[in-house]
Write a protein that binds this ligand. Sequence first.
Ligand code: FDA
Length: 378
Amino acid sequence: MDLLIVGSGFFGLTIAERAAAAGRHVTVIDRRHHIGGNAYSEDEPETGIEVHRYGAHLFHTSNPTVWEYVNRFTAFTSYVHRVYTNHAGVVYPLPINLGTINQFFTAAYSPDEARALIHEQAGEFDPKKATNLEERAIGLIGRPLYEAFIRDYTAKQWQTDPTELPAEVISRLPVRYTYDNRYFNDTWEGLPVDGYTAWLERMADHPRIDVKLNVDFFDETQPLHKAATVGQVPVVYTGPVDRYFDYAEGALSWRTLDFEEEVLHVGDFQGTSVMNYADAGIPYTRIHEFKHFHPERADRYPSDKTVIMREYSRFATRDDEPYYPVNTPEDRAGLLAYRELSKGEKDVYFGGRLGTYQYLDMHMAIGSALSMWNNHLA
Ligand code: FDA
């Protein structure tokens, strides 16, 4: 073995694929029973509908190097992501755009009229002087839109009243003064034609890549554990950085999600893939309906059943899956301390969203793995 990779998410698999292509023998371990990290998906058994096990994953990128690379393993559908939100029993398009504004104010404002209105309503606070998230948000989009679409949704995401959240949690709240409600602005977007798992398996499918599942790097009863490998073989580590150092500088805080999946005996539950729930009275933040991610599979998917997943957000304990970095000032100080400790680890490369304590979209995880390979490992 020339290289040990801890974690088979997009970061780990990209390094593995590049290393194998360059003639190296690579072992990838993952403590889960499947490859792919959080991008893993599988067919729900009763309906055959592809379900993203760790929350909805939409691929999008403007990076030509990443786009060329990912197309070696999968083709992409022409899916374009759009999100809607339910507020007070009425459905509006997101991100907030001219359609949202005109529906909300029951008006027919032109782009300039809408811009002037939001500018006037936002005058209540100077976003640069905001002392909490609520003041910043009102200073960006005005109180009416904030209270309808941002306040309760944010409180549900953070389990905290926005007046008690730091203003830095949001730097901008984009408002589009057109009717364009395409969710992503990237040059390319789509979903893998044969699903995420087929894509991930193709990346790992090489005679010089050995994948071992259900193997935890910190389990000293298995041969590829930390003490047995670090210093003996180069290691790319994509697990949580604080766990690597046994939480010596404290635990970094994360938010996690709980998913409640249900098969419904209706052909179409909500008419779209993602519906947010903006109000406090509904405990979940959104509902995914997976068949809408693949309209091109209509002939394969049942016409009388559908799979939905309600999503709930909360702070993670050490036993939960870490999903989104909370990034408090203490977390940032802890991360700097872990970065210092990392420099002392000979031939260990920390990468991916857990290894660097950063939210990374898939194209960013793949892009940073390609950079690590080219700049440090190749
Ligand atoms: P990832 O977390 O995927 O992989 C790390 C792997 O390391 C895991 O498989 C884990 O089991 C393993 N591991 C950890 N500790 C270990 C140990 N001690 N021993 C062995 N193995 C260990 N992106 C996007 O582009 N579009 C989207 O729509 C979304 N949506 C989305 C929704 C949600 C809810 C989340 C949390 C994330 C997204 N993402 C996303 C982001 C996407 O999931 C992310 O970019 C990739 O997961 C990053 O890949 P990594 O390899 O860095 O981590």
